[in-house]
Design a protein around this ligand. Sequence first.
Ligand code: ATP
Ligand code: MG
Length: 360
Amino acid sequence: MLRWDESIFRNDFVFDLDFLPDVLLHREQQMNQLVANLMPALRGSSPVHTLCLGPPATGKTSTILYVLSQLGEDVEKVYLRCPAIGTIYKILARIFEKVCNHQAPQTGLSHIKLYEKIMERLDRPLIVVLDDINFISTGVVNDLLYLLLKSPEEYGVKIGIVAAATDIKFPLSLSPEVGAVFHYSAIYYSLYGNKEIWDILRWRVEKGFVAGAFSDGAFERVVELASEAGDLRLGMYLLRAAGLNAERRGSRKVDLQDVEAVYSGGAKLFLAKSLAALNSDEREVLKIVYLLDEEIAAGDLYGFFQREVGMSYQRFYEILNKLERLRLIDFVFDKKGRGRTRYVYKRYDADVVLEALREF
Ligand SMILES: Nc1ncnc2c1ncn2[C@@H]1O[C@H](COP(=O)(O)OP(=O)(O)OP(=O)(O)O)[C@@H](O)[C@H]1O
Ligand SMILES: [Mg+2]
């Protein structure tokens, strides 16, 4: 065993999922665009509404929080993680608390009244961040956006909405009424490639571990696994878990064996978030893909699926596209040069996915 003062970690908080690094590599373009959109608020005029769209772990939340932290006190900022707050009243209550500096009444007030109080009190431009907006129901999203978007006309206030979603089709879920007043600029977050993942994870290793403690072989393997899965969070998890594993062995160096040991055990935790964003039909399609032995042509898979469940081809196709956007499957033309048919491939180890699915 290592003594307590022999830890190979220097700062293990840099592996926490809510740790906000002060350097966000390879996201300059997105951050510049975000700053440009919000900048008018600093001059007392209306910010540009912004949608941040891209797969999980592409830096949406981090870049938004970073840019918000750079805006001074001349702007009112409210950051809301939508999965935690499902109703329009609760969302407005959080805005109320920030703007009015005291708790919103729990009951006895309609959400419209609460909204009016916010608007009357607001004396600065307001930026509302709705992070993971695809986790609230479409009805609530439409009502909320409509209310907020109408307020400049009705109350002469300046409001900017910044919303983040993993589903790039999110704008299609907006009602025509909202669509007519919601003019936004979209910022796209593409998946990080191998080189970008390498740079981002290297930064963590340098901050997080004692110099030289993470062997090159182990690091390259972490980068490879995270790139394959298209998931930076998996990389961050593996760095810390492999470090802990090395310490348990009493080793002062993290080796390949530590990475392999923790990967086989823990990858499923990383699927949990993506799976939670799926509805039951989508999980069913995913399950069937992972129960099959080999890759399969989309048409053949549909035949199989229709017999079991009965679903339109269009809906089925949309589901496959969504599973691909969430990096749960590959849905591609002829990896093996077999014409114009699209094939469905697994991205993860089948046992890991099926086990994670069992928890829903
Ligand atoms: N460019 C980057 N540089 C350094 N760390 C990053 C970068 N992008 C993401 N990260 C780290 O990766 C993790 C995931 O990032 P973040 O939460 O911002 O992603 P997200 O796009 O909001 O994901 P989700 O859609 O799942 O909410 C965080 O721990 C974050 O610190
Ligand atoms: Mg996020």
